[in-house]
Structures are given as structure tokens and as C-alpha cells.
Design a protein around this ligand. Structure first.
Ligand code: A2P
Length: 358
């Protein structure tokens, strides 16, 4: 017999993604019979609202999962490594937003619009992994193109907002941008020399989250560097695309942190087996689940973070044929990294779990 409601724990409830998970559960009317809000001891006792009622945040411990049906984890890989197995052992099904279990062959890695049936594998470890934010939005856009024309190769460059790093990063970007803007007294009547002079003072600004300042800067560095010269974020896009969509697709990625608040943007180039014209691609994308085609350059209509922030869909626009190869397309793909890139995707997985499996 189906339960009427589920006991749901949110691990990292006070963080940027955890907070959004609570809001998405509420907004999508997920049948929650009891909510458990977990974070570090620092937040213990703090109150957070769910459906208009205040709930105390509790310190995460190994005993936090008694009777919990579903645990949505977003408190960092180390926390998931330590506590997701405890939760799973206690009978809680974990939907983990960190990278820790993503490539574990016994853990399904799921984008509901792409490979929902992989959720069936969850009993192997009682854990389901939520993919990397940049991978999720790229695959929502590319799945229908792959189905229609078989993608052979993907070249992607990302422009990722600071909210993907967490609240500390949002604060760092805001403080640095404010400090630079306030200290740079420049108008267009002044020469560029004086602007350079002024900006020089900020070359070695104090940073705590990123290795360099992020205010008015782009950092081609997300997550750690690996031996092959790529960052782990870049390799996540390669590995996860293989696991979720098709291991035969070749992927190469450059991931860049940019000083925007919410929403990741991606320039995606694909080479396909079959020819698709830009118009055919637009038609396919206009019907694809989770996609909002926004592609009318004559009216300056293309995806922007300002349009995608707070929305469930992934925006796709600037659809063009790649004129340098026979069968290729270029796309600009934008989505809210905290929503579809994290919290929404996790709740969608939980929705399928309760509809089909528990
Ligand atoms: P807390 O607020 O108590 O530090 P963000 O990614 O936005 O920075 O959020 C990180 C989330 O992970 C927060 O909810 C944070 O809780 C939580 N977290 C960090 N360290 C721990 C820990 N040791 N145990 C449980 N939760 C943690």
C-alpha cells in the first residue's frame, strides 16, 4: 500500500541548495508527513519554515535517519561520504547532490528527462546520485538531439555562477564587486590609463573562497586540477555524460566561474551522425521535456541567466548549424543551477521514487 506521506530529511538545510530543496518540496506539493532539517552543530536550534511552520534545524548525526524515508543530501561530498551510508543502512533512500557517489557503478545517476528508468537500480545501495549542475542542463538540451541524430562529439564551455559554490562564494563576489565599484572613481571622460591604474590595486585582493578574486573576473578553474590538466568539474561533464546519456559520445569541456549570481550558461557544440538543420533542431527542442526554446535573435531573444533564474526549465537558444563541419550544431543553454542543476532535479527523482518504487 502506498504511503500518504513520507518522512523527508534535508541534509544541508541551511545551505543554498538545501534551502531550495525545502522550497521545491513545498511548491511541488511533495507528500511530506514529517520534515527533518539537518545541518552542522553551528545551526542547531535555528528555525526554518516549511509550509508556514517553524522547524528547528538539528545537528546531523549518525542517528538522524531513524524512520526517515527519503534523505536529500547537499552538505558537501565529505558529509555524504560519511552519513549517506548510515542513512541508507537505516532504510532511508538517499538522493545525493554531491559528486561523491556519482560514478559508483552501484549508484544510479539520474536526470529525470533523460534516464528516469535508471532509478530502478537504487536498491543496490539505497543511494541515487544527482548529477553535476552543468551536466544536468546540458543533457536536458541534448537528449532529444541525440535521439534524433546520434551525437558523436560534444565540445562545451561553461559560464558558471558563484551560487554553485555556496553562500560564502555569493558573499565574496558581492563584497569584492562592491569594493571595486566604490573605489573605482572613473567616468568615460577619463583615460583608460586611470582605469587600469585603479584596477591594478585589486590584482591581489584578499580572497577566501576562490584562489583569485571573482569580482569582475572569470576563473577558468572549477573544482581541483587533475593530472591530465583538466579540472574535476570538466571531467565530471565527460564522465557523467557517458554514464547518463551514452558512453560512446566523446566530450571535451572547459568550465569557467563567472561573476553572476544564479544560473549557469553553456556554449555547446555537437557533432551528429545524421544531419539536422537548425530549424529541425528547433522543432525538436520546442517539444522536448524540461526545455524552453528561446531563440529569436531578430528580437534579441536568447537565453539569459536573468530569464532562467527561479525557473524550472532549461533555456535553449542561438541554435545554429556549425559551418565548419558537415553535421554540427551550436547551442546556448542556460538553467538555474540551484534549481534544475540541484534541488529540483533531486526532488524530481524523489517524485519518481514515490510514484513508481516506494
Ligand atoms: P551550516 O549552515 O550549519 O554550516 P552552502 O553550500 O550554501 O555553503 O551550504 C552548505 C550546507 O552544508 C549548510 O547547510 C551547512 O550547514 C551544511 N554543512 C556544512 N558542514 C556540515 C557538517 N559538518 N555537518 C552537517 N552539515 C554541514
Amino acid at each position: 500500500m502506498k504511503k500518504e506521506g513520507y518522512k523527508v530529511a534535508v541534509v544541508g538545510a541551511t545551505g543554498a541548495v538545501g534551502n531550495m530543496m525545502i522550497k521545491v518540496l513545498e511548491r511541488r506539493l511533495f507528500p511530506v508527513s514529517e520534515i527533518v532539517l539537518l545541518a552542522s552543530g553551528r545551526s542547531s536550534g535555528r528555525k526554518m519554515k516549511f509550509k508556514g511552520v517553524d522547524y528547528p534545524v538539528q545537528e546531523l548525526t549518525e542517528n538522524s535517519f531513524e524512520g526517515v524515508d527519503i534523505g536529500l543530501f547537499s552538505a558537501g561530498g565529505g558529509i555524504s561520504a560519511k552519513f549517506a551510508p548510515c542513512a541508507a543502512q537505516a532504510g532511508c533512500i538517499v538522493v545525493d547532490n554531491t559528486a561523491h557517489f556519482r560514478m559508483d557503478p552501484e549508484v544510479p545517476l539520474v536526470v529525470p528527462e533523460v534516464n528516469p528508468d535508471d532509478i530502478a537500480q537504487y536498491p543496490k545501495k539505497n543511494i541515487i546520485a544527482n548529477p553535476n549542475c552543468s551536466t544536468i542542463q546540458m543533457l536536458v538540451a541534448l537528449k532529444p538531439i541525440h535521439d534524433a541524430a546520434r551525437i558523436k562529439r560534444i565540445v562545451v564551455s561553461t559560464y558558471q555562477s558563484v551560487s554553485g559554490t555556496g553562500k560564502d562564494a555569493i558573499e565574496e563576489m558581492l563584497n569584492q564587486s562592491r569594493e571595486i565599484a566604490q573605489a573605482t572613481q572613473w567616468s568615460k571622460d577619463d583615460g583608460l590609463d586611470s582605469l587600469w591604474e585603479s584596477l591594478r590595486n585589486f590584482k591581489t585582493m584578499k580572497t577566501s573562497v576562490y584562489p583569485h578574486r571573482i569580482g569582475y573576473e572569470c576563473l577558468p578553474h572549477i573544482d581541483v586540477f587533475l593530472e591530465n590538466g583538466y579540472t574535476k568539474e570538466e571531467m565530471k561533464m565527460v564522465w557523467e555524460t557517458g554514464k547518463i546519456l551514452d558512453p560512446t559520445i566523446k566530450v571535451t569541456a572547459t568550465t569557467v566561474r563567472v561573476p553572476t549570481f544564479f544560473g549557469h550558461s553553456e556554449s555547446v557544440n555537437v557533432e551528429t551522425e545524421k544531419k539536422l538543420t537548425a530549424q529541425q533542431a528547433r522543432e525538436i527542442l520546442s517539444k522536448a521535456p524540461g526545455v524552453k526554446l528561446w531563440d529569436d535573435p531578430g528580437k534579441n531573444r536568447y537565453p539569459l541567466t536573468a530569464l532562467a533564474a527561479g525557473e524550472d526549465f532549461t533555456m535553449v537558444g542561438r541554435v545554429r548549424e556549425d559551418t565548419s563541419i558537415e553535421n554540427g550544431l551550436n547551442l546556448w543553454v542556460v538553467s538555474d543551477n540551484i534549481l534544475k542543476g540541484a534541488a529540483l532535479n533531486a526532488v524530481q527523482i524523489a517524485e519518481i521514487l514515490i510514484q513508481k518504487y516506494i
